[in-house]
Write a protein that binds this ligand. Structure first.
Ligand code: ADP
Ligand code: MG
Ligand code: MG
Length: 284
């Protein structure tokens, strides 16, 4: 179980859908890495529906993470087999994930507008690279955004997008399967099956949810709410009155969280928006 080839495990970083992610060190180079451990037992028997989903998930993850090479995307280092696991060694993001980072800002449990913008800007640049390469992530959320360093040392953390297990290549064709995490899913994705959707536009919606969550420390649409779907398809959400956020920031949020994907801001429009480009008033 603890056999990780030429790596030694140092601790557990996270537990995900199909396996856990551990922190490890390379025995000869001393390089620290994160290793996703996918139990080999889940692969068989061939032909069963569960194992097919698992195969598809794992092959997508490896394919995309190895083809996307960008400072804002977690780099894949190597894939190897141990007696129990298919192991994916990747760049270690020592700042952890953005969900934990946002929550750690106590007592508010949210980021300042400047911090949120710094992260959102990087998210858009990294995502633009993916989209230009024809890859949509389809599972963008705070838990899948990592930071290269922790907040304590004062410098601004660099973002690292991870988890391409639901990613879709060839974004010029449309998708019709509802994948992702409900609170981050665009209305057209939730309604998929009835109609096709553009996976790039759906990614943009998720980025709007991420921005809202960083600013306000909660999600705009609550899955526990009986009216969740109804509010989501109408993009009807409120912003807390007690959190000071600039008009420009609310404006970009309003234009990203638009139910109709053809009226939602696209990547270029977001990157040209005043809030994205401009500087914030002091103390905002
Ligand atoms: P899953 O597909 O199961 O959601 P993820 O790839 O999202 O798996 O990893 C689960 C969690 O493990 C992440 O939310 C994060 O907290 C942690 N993690 C994953 N990759 C890394 C990494 N490269 N560096 C640091 N932490 C990581
Ligand atoms: Mg994940
Ligand atoms: Mg995943």
């Amino acid at each position: 179980d603890s056999d990780l080839g030429h790596y030694t495990q140092l601790g557990v970083l996270g537990v995900g859908t199909f396996g856990r992610v551990v922190r490890a060190v390379h025995n000869t180079t001393g390089e620290e890495v994160a290793i996703k451990l996918l139990p080999r037992g889940n692969f068989g028997p061939v032909g069963s529906r569960q194992s097919e989903l698992y195969r598809r998930y794992v092959s997508r993850e490896i394919k995309h993470q190895s083809s996307l090479r960008h400072p804002l995307i977690v780099a894949l280092k190597e894939v190897f087999l141990t007696p129990s696991y298919l192991a994916i060694a990747m760049e270690y993001a020592r700042g952890g994930d953005l969900f934990t980072y946002t929550l750690s800002h106590q007592p508010s449990g949210r980021l300042s507008e400047q911090q949120a913008r710094w992260i959102f800007q990087q998210l858009m640049i990294g995502l633009d690279y993916c989209h230009q390469r024809g890859v949509a992530n389809r599972d963008l959320k705070l838990e899948n955004l990592l930071l290269d360093r922790d907040s304590q040392d004062g410098a601004r953390p660099l973002l690292k997008i991870c988890d391409f297990g639901y990613a879709k290549a060839d974004t010029n064709s449309s998708a019709n399967t509802a994948v992702g995490t409900p609170v981050y899913m665009a209305p057209e994705v939730i309604m998929a099956g009835k109609s096709k959707y553009d996976a790039k536009k759906a990614d943009i919606w998720s980025c709007g949810i991420i921005l809202y969550a960083m600013l306000f420390g909660k999600h705009p649409f609550d899955v526990e709410d009986r009216l969740f779907i109804r509010k989501l398809v109408l993009a009807r959400y409120t912003v807390p009155a007690d959190v000071p956020v600039s008009e420009d920031c609310l404006d970009i949020l309003r234009r990203v969280l638009v139910a109709n994907p053809s009226q939602r801001l696209n990547m270029d429009q977001i990157r040209a928006h005043r809030w994205f480009r401009g500087s914030l008033p002091p103390g905002a």
